[in-house]
Ligand binder design. Sequence first.
Ligand code: NAD
Ligand code: TYD
Length: 353
Amino acid sequence: MASKQVILVTGGAGFIGSHVVRRLVNRYPNYEVVNLDVLTYAGNLENLKDLESAPNYRFVKGDITDEAFVNQLFAEEHFDGIIHLAAESHVDRSITTPLAFVQTNVMGTANLLNAARKQWEASFQGKLFYHVSTDEVYGSLGKEGLFTETTSYDPRSPYSASKASSDHLVRAYWHTYGLPIVISNCSNNYGPNQFPEKLIPLCINNIRKSLPLPIYGKGENVRDWLYVEDHATAIDLVYHQGKHGETYNIGGHNEWTNIDLVRQLCAIMDTKLGREAGTSAQLITFVKDRAGHDLRYAIDAAKIEQELGWTPSLQFEEGLTKTVDWYLANQTWLDNITSGDYQGYYEQQYHSR
Ligand code: NAD
Ligand code: TYD
């Protein structure tokens, strides 16, 4: 059994964070898992309802950009490890409110790094700061090639630029102070609990309501999709077995153009909803492209596969079907989060496209 430790997970009430928290709480009963989240629009404690009475789980509401709060938390708690996921995560929002991304993703990460360094400075033995990042820091690929761990950083959106900045800060703490760190850069995730501003849950929500499916540009942009639980498995592995100071790329070997993906999703939804084949695809609507829209992301995951023995467990059709099943079985979850501010966001984001 893994030895006892206290792990701080930031952003645990969000999409990926909730799957990471669940995996740690269920798999490591002798770990104490502390979930720190400020509960932005993307944070939802409903995602973790099943863990509320777990004896090895605690939720702390707080803001990683609040230096005094972070320092106070680290003065009161003794964390052995930190898995840092809290972030502003949506590219479209970063185009409208870039400074919020700098504040949370850059300043928030710097606050955590500083607090960890101070708490652990007597001895870094047995400690680890794990920073969860994105493949978007590498920029945009042409039709060929894959992102490896040595691909130069070339972020192009305020979101990816803020994540790249945070990655650089994490590496700087490793080189300058010897803070034990590890970073992973993952491709696009999909699965249960993803906020319906991202492509897949947005389309699932619109298909069930027979609303237009907004496809940016010609729908030719390519993303490499990974089921969220496969990402959580990889995070668990990297946390426990990753080499300190290293970076691991995580990806699904699963490239899809947006238009092909949405057509596939429409076909699955037609079957699930008992609609005639081809019905949902009629909702596809091409709209104005995203500013600076990265053409293609694709990950070379050879390092994590060879060094840590990780591989994605699900084929895309299976993962997509599981995802659709989850959203259809949890329509109250969807209705609750799309009933308030979401309407305003949607109107602002899509009305002029
Ligand atoms: P998400 O937007 O669903 O969740 C982010 C969480 O962080 C929310 O619970 C939110 O309340 C919390 N948060 C935001 N600002 C905070 C603050 N100031 N203090 C405390 N908590 C705060 O994001 P996600 O999709 O789950 O992504 C999690 C991480 O994984 C991010 O760092 C993201 O960059 C990275 N990532 C995401 C993807 C993806 O496809 N979603 C892919 C690769 C990497
Ligand atoms: P998204 O889920 O926002 O992830 P990211 O921008 O981080 O890759 O978008 C995935 C792809 O889908 C991306 O190429 C943009 C596109 N997209 C649309 O065509 N329409 C939409 O309404 C959204 C949200 C995204």
